[in-house]
Design a protein around this ligand. Structure first.
Ligand SMILES: Nc1ncnc2c1ncn2[C@@H]1O[C@H](COP(=O)(O)OP(=O)(O)OP(=O)(O)O)[C@@H](O)[C@H]1O
Ligand SMILES: [Mg+2]
Length: 225
């Protein structure tokens, strides 16, 4: 369960002040696939980075899995990001000189899992997202965009996160491949009981989600974009 109460993020410099997230409150139950829509600059990426503890809110409360993230000290936040959160980005963000398998193994290495176990789980995850074994030892440059995103999804799942945050996961894919990736995320949310929050510009994708949040100027609104 993800619970957000009155979250605010203000970016201020000497001559400028932007309230990127302006009093957002929301809830997403476990195992639910939800989306965030909104125009460019409405605060979608900022909201995700607050939820994933990549950045700190100006005020408000974030609770994941019964734990209050906004109260954690920095050392605990590092563990939170590593153990509870999986990130998926538009540009896949894979490490280019590592194979698909090695990319998926990285978060487990940080979590101190033995090499034998890392290899086994990485193979299982790549099988699960539909990347067959002949492609598991390829570097990202030899995989299609859709295949690279499958690797990124497997990597996000590596440490069994409670919450997966995806920022336009299908932004670089054609609509048919995008749909396959979204169906995969949907399925994983259910099977792994993981909460998924995905930013999308694609209204078709937003319609498939159980819950859709619309942001406008940092505020949640009820109407579509
Ligand atoms: N690090 C930052 N410093 C100052 N302002 C920022 C920073 N990051 C984002 N902003 C501002 O906060 C607002 C929200 O930005 P954000 O990136 O969250 O929008 P978005 O909804 O993800 O847009 P897009 O669809 O283009 O990705 C914008 O006005 C942006 O300029
Ligand atoms: Mg963005």
């Amino acid at each position: 369960m993800l619970k957000v109460e009155n979250l605010v993020k203000i970016f201020s410099s000497e001559d400028n002040k932007v309230t990127a997230v302006d009093g957002v409150s929301l809830e997403v139950p476990n195992g639910v696939f939800s989306t965030i829509v909104g125009k460019s600059g409405s605060g979608k990426s900022t909201l995700l980075s607050l939820l994933g503890a990549l950045d700190k809110p100006s005020s408000g409360k974030i609770e994941v899995d019964g734990e209050e993230v906004t109260k954690m000290r920095d050392s605990k936040l590092i563990k939170y990001r590593r153990d509870k959160i999986g990130f998926i980005f538009q540009n896949y963000n894979l490490i280019p000189n590592l194979t698909a398998l090695e990319n998926v193994m990285i978060p487990m290495e940080f979590a101190g899992i033995s090499k034998t176990k890392r290899i086994k789980r990485a193979e299982e995850l790549l099988d699960e997202v539909g990347l067959n074994s002949s492609k598991q030892n390829r570097r990202p440059s030899r995989l299609s965009g859709g295949e690279q995103q499958r690797v990124a999804i497997a990597r996000a799942l590596a440490n069994k996160p409670k919450l997966i945050l995806a920022d336009e996961p299908t932004g670089n894919l054609d609509s048919a491949t995008g749909k396959i990736i979204i169906d995969l995320l949907h399925d994983l949310a259910r099977r792994e009981n993981t909460t998924i929050l995905a930013v999308t510009h694609d209204i078709g994708i937003a319609k498939q989600a159980k819950i859709t949040f619309t942001l406008r100027d940092g505020k949640l609104v009820n109407q579509p974009v």
